[in-house]
Design a binder for this molecule. Structure first.
Ligand code: MN
Length: 304
């Protein structure tokens, strides 16, 4: 899990992690999965950009006057220049190899943080005195929804104050509800999985991931997803063969399949469509375009 990844990376760099949680908050009502993604993204960035022996922290405070709750992830790391602070949250629209590479080291995670926070009705801000002087990212979520319920209006339970941040974050987990469409993402490239799954989950879809064609066939058979995103070049079994096998499963003959391939070779499109894919996209995929195709196909699926 990513949380463990953060912990291990932090240990390896001998970072001090401190947490400070507002005692007046007992429960936070939020989409737990998104909130967790937001904080995990910010924490991994903080760990990544803080040199050995430095400090990283997570805080949250209630702001009854502003009707908000503020989550801050801070570090004593390399800091961000004023110029770069402005570029940090620029949305990305394309998914390609260059961006995938940069994802591990730049603001792409932050664009997602910003998008997910907006979906929550909140906002993100960044403060850094300058290069070399650390950074504070603050995610502010509205309280009204309600986002947070003051402790005195709740039956008292254990306070989260001295728990590890992971456990404290876990506490916010709430079921997303069964209504969201279930997507199967068949993809073998970890960077693509990371970006696509964060993006699609931010869009409200539930997601299962298969890392090769055989796994895709097995998961499709077990889970009956509402739609399948099928990478073509995958180990063990490629996406063409997986699509063919899925079409042979009686319950899955009409499940929408979008073939996604990096090789935009002459005849690819026809080959994918002939195998039973409903749509064909070549990388780099525009995520905006992708979601509109997904919506259209699921819509068509539910209203024949
Ligand atoms: Mn691939």
């Amino acid at each position: 899990m990513k949380n463990r990844f953060i912990r291990e990376a932090a240990l390896k760099k001998r970072l001090n992690i401190s947490t400070q949680f507002d005692d007046s908050i007992e429960t936070i009502h939020a989409d737990g999965r998104r909130l967790k993604q937001i904080l995990v993204n910010l924490l991994s960035n903080a760990v990544k950009f803080t040199p050995e022996g430095g400090n990283v922290g997570l805080e949250y405070v209630a702001d009854p006057e502003g009707q908000a709750v503020h989550f801050t992830v801070w570090d004593s790391g390399i800091g961000i220049s004023r110029e770069d602070q402005q570029k940090l949250f620029q949305p990305f629209t394309q998914l390609d190899a260059g961006l995938s590479r940069k994802f591990s080291g730049s603001g792409l995670g932050l664009a997602l943080v910003s998008r997910m926070t907006e979906l929550h009705g909140g906002s993100v801000s960044v403060e850094s005195p300058g290069v070399g002087e650390g950074t504070r990212f603050t995610v502010s979520l509205p309280w009204g929804a309600p986002t947070a319920i003051p402790k005195d209006r709740r039956p008292t339970e254990g306070t989260g104050a001295d728990e590890e941040p992971e456990e404290a974050i876990e506490k916010f987990d709430l079921p997303l509800g069964g209504a969201a469409p279930l997507l199967l993402l068949a993809e073998d490239n970890e960077a693509n999985i990371e970006i696509m799954s964060a993006y699609l989950q931010a869009k409200g879809y539930r997601l299962i991931v298969a890392r090769n064609g055989q796994e895709a066939v097995d998961r499709a058979k077990q889970e009956h997803p509402d739609l399948i995103l099928m990478d073509i070049q995958m180990p063990v079994m490629d996406g063409i063969e997986a699509t063919r096998q899925i079409r042979d499963i009686p319950e899955l003959t009409s499940t929408p399949i979008i073939a996604v391939t990096a090789l935009a070779m002459e005849g690819d499109r026809e080959r994918c469509l002939a195998t039973g894919a409903n749509e064909y996209l070549s990388k780099p995929v525009s995520l905006k375009n992708l979601t509109s195709i997904i919506q259209r196909l699921i819509h068509r699926e539910s209203r024949p």
